[in-house]
Design a protein around this ligand. Structure first.
Ligand SMILES: Nc1ncnc2c1ncn2[C@@H]1O[C@H](COP(=O)(O)OP(=O)(O)OP(=O)(O)O)[C@@H](O)[C@H]1O
Ligand SMILES: [Mg+2]
Length: 289
């Protein structure tokens, strides 16, 4: 699908919504009050592929993927799933659509008061998906086996490591056999080895379940390893869109600064200001106290 030399505009023009695209955002703008977060973003997600969304903290990555399952509704623009418009559906109809998605939230929130078993059963019970409850133990077992944690059914989240909690959250995300898996920062807070376990799991689930995968991350090692396609968001717009080599060689200075972990001129100017308490509000999120 991707060719290294395509520009963003070429890609978007040549990738209209069609049979091979499972998801599409069309001219999506999102404002929170006066704050413009997504500025006329158009994006198609190809079925069965892994698309990675990168960009600096606060640029709108989480807001963008929440639009793909309409956890947020666009201020203007449209969202399509399997060529059907979904951003204008009722909450009840959306709940039905959302059963076809697995979502690993930023922070991987599990229910602390529920065991691993009960956490995974939760969406199955919520959507009344099992007719014969005698099978439910086997279902949970198979989901945990997928993430290498069969045998942890009776553990509670407090007794698991950060990496294990993410894997349980992943087992829960695949409980309803989703067609699309959305991951928000799946490796944040993990050491490089545990991050790589998650990368391998993302690849394994995509391979073995045939799911379409969308991953938000600012971990470039992870992005290069798992992505068929990488999209970079900046100032509410897509500034780069292509495979790993396309991104590595991208001429846009903002892309090069981000992938090489360099502080941009705007941020440097802020850091050079003599600090007063009132100025801390201008610091980028990573420098917040
Ligand atoms: N519900 C909301 N109400 C108001 N503003 C919001 C809301 N959700 C997000 N925002 C704002 O939208 C912007 C983008 O937020 P978002 O969470 O998408 O950033 P992000 O790129 O995911 O950042 P990070 O890498 O830190 O997770 C931020 O300025 C944030 O404060
Ligand atoms: Mg986020």
């Amino acid at each position: 699908m991707n060719t290294q030399n395509q520009t963003t505009q070429e890609r978007r023009d040549s990738a209209p919504q069609g049979s091979n695209d499972i998801l599409a955002a069309r001219n999506v703008t999102k404002r929170f009050g006066p704050h413009l977060v997504l500025d006329n973003v158009s994006l198609s997600i190809e079925r069965g592929k892994t698309t990675v969304v990168i960009g600096p903290s606060g640029c709108g990555k989480t807001v963008l993927i929440k639009h793909l399952i309409v956890l947020l509704r666009p201020t203007s623009g449209e969202v399509y799933f399997n060529d059907s418009r979904i951003d204008n559906l009722s909450e009840q109809d959306l709940n039905e659509v959302r059963t076809r998605f697995g979502f690993l939230f930023q922070g991987g929130a599990l229910f602390d008061s529920l065991s691993v078993f009960e956490n995974i059963v939760f969406p199955i019970r919520q959507h009344n998906r099992v007719k014969d409850w005698s099978h439910v133990e086997d279902i949970v077992k198979s989901k945990l086996a997928m993430v290498g944690l069969d045998g942890f059914q009776n553990y509670y989240p407090a007794n698991l490591s950060g990496g294990q909690r993410k894997r349980v959250a992943l087992a829960r995300a695949i409980a309803l056999n989703p067609e699309v898996l959305l991951y928000d920062e799946p490796t944040t807070g993990l050491d490089p080895i545990r991050s790589d376990v998650i990368n391998e799991l993302v690849l394994k689930l995509q391979r073995e379940l045939g799911v379409t995968t969308v991953v938000v991350t600012h971990d470039m090692t992870s992005a290069y390893k798992i992505a068929d396609r990488i999209i970079m968001l900046h100032n509410g717009k897509i500034v780069a869109d292509g495979d790993a080599d396309h991104i590595r060689n991208h001429p846009h200075p903002v892309v090069q600064q981000f992938i090489n972990g360099q502080v941009g001129e705007d941020d440097l100017a802020i850091l050079r200001m003599t600090g007063t308490a009132s100025q801390t509000q201008f610091l980028p999120r990573d420098f917040e106290a």
